[in-house]
Design a protein around this ligand. Structure first.
Ligand SMILES: [Zn+2]
Length: 323
């Protein structure tokens, strides 16, 4: 099914100039948790704007929600951000990963309800949307606006039981993820990605979200996963086997999806992290705890306007997807 897509070109995160979309893009779909159909539009925004969500269905409160780490409400199943009036938007992580991987620093996103559409459960539909209009430099006084990088100076870690997420110094944004679900008969899987090497579209973005059949009744009782189905999520049975008719898109799709989630969660840092994020059995809660630990320790990072990476060429990734 992936082979039907047009070739995609995305720009890398390793440019010194801030970017935004060349034109607005829109999509419609259902929230995987609330099951509600919603329209989402991503609009270009100027330099230093950041990424902001606007809830168009809210009229009596502050409806702007900045996509930043310090607005994250702890949620195990998705990443949810709140503003000071308690207005929320959730399941932002796949969209945030797509924006990050495309190099988009600034965007104004309007949405008609509290949950980003799940699309096919991966970041691929968002990347196709972004690629359909392209991205452009953000200018200040006709000059490219410099981008801010967050350079990791020493290891920082967040732990919970045998799960951990840590950031260690690295010249480029790099991610390594290990997952294991012995309680669901799913063995260990790993996935790694370095943004200098490219292939994000093929290696990471296409990996879909997943859940376990044994959890479904509990989730539904809590009003979660109401929009989940085989077209937008992987479902795994009691024997640890995939139930979707088409099977996996890659043998380690679960680890790749967790890596995608990690990219989306770290994209809330407010700048591009030059560091290696390593995690094992982590999730949205621990990923956010890692950013909180980082920003609580001013000796662990420095903000710089230019990467010192040796090869700092903007390397376009062009991939013709094949199944
Ligand atoms: Zn996810």
């Amino acid at each position: 099914m992936l082979g039907d897509h047009e070739p995609l070109t995305i720009s890398p995160v390793l440019s010194n100039i801030q970017k935004t979309l060349a034109a607005p893009i829109s999509c419609e779909g259902e929230g995987v948790h609330n099951g509600k159909s919603v329209r989402l539009t991503i609009n270009p925004a100027p330099a230093n704007y950041g990424i902001l969500f606007e809830r168009t269905d809210i009229t009596d409160k502050n409806k702007i929600i900045p996509a930043l780490w310090n607005g994250v409400k702890v949620t195990p199943l998705c990443t949810q951000i709140l503003n000071s009036d308690g207005i929320e938007v959730r399941t932002i992580e796949h969209l945030m990963a797509a924006l990050f991987a495309s190099g988009v620093d600034n965007a104004h996103i309007t949405i008609g309800s509290a949950e980003v559409p799940i699309m096919d459960g991966s970041a691929l539909p968002f990347l196709h949307l972004i690629a359909s209009v392209g991205i452009k430099d953000c200018l200040i006084n006709n000059m490219g606006a410099p981008r801010e990088f967050i350079k990791i100076l020493k290891p920082v870690e967040a732990k919970h039981g045998d799960a951990y997420a840590r950031l260690v110094p690295c010249a480029t944004p790099r991610f390594s993820v290990t997952v294991a679900y012995p309680q669901h008969n799913v063995g260990e899987q790993s996935s790694s990605f370095d943004f200098e090497d490219g292939h994000f579209i093929h290696d990471v973005a296409s990996a879909r979200t997943f859940g376990f059949k044994t959890d479904l009744e509990y989730l539904h009782a809590k009003g979660l996963a109401l929009g989940g189905n085989f077209s937008n999520a992987i479902l795994i049975n009691e024997q640890g086997k995939i139930m979707n008719p088409g099977g996996y898109r890659s043998p380690n799709e679960l680890a790749r999806h967790k890596l995608l989630d990690a990219v989306g969660d770290v994209a809330l840092a407010g700048g591009i992290i030059l560091g290696h994020m390593e995690s094992s059995r982590s999730g949205h809660t621990l990923n956010n705890a890692l950013l909180r630990a980082l920003f609580a320790d001013p000796s662990a990072y420095v903000k710089v306007e230019r990467s010192e990476s040796v090869s700092f060429m903007a390397k376009a990734e062009q991939t013709t997807l094949s199944a």
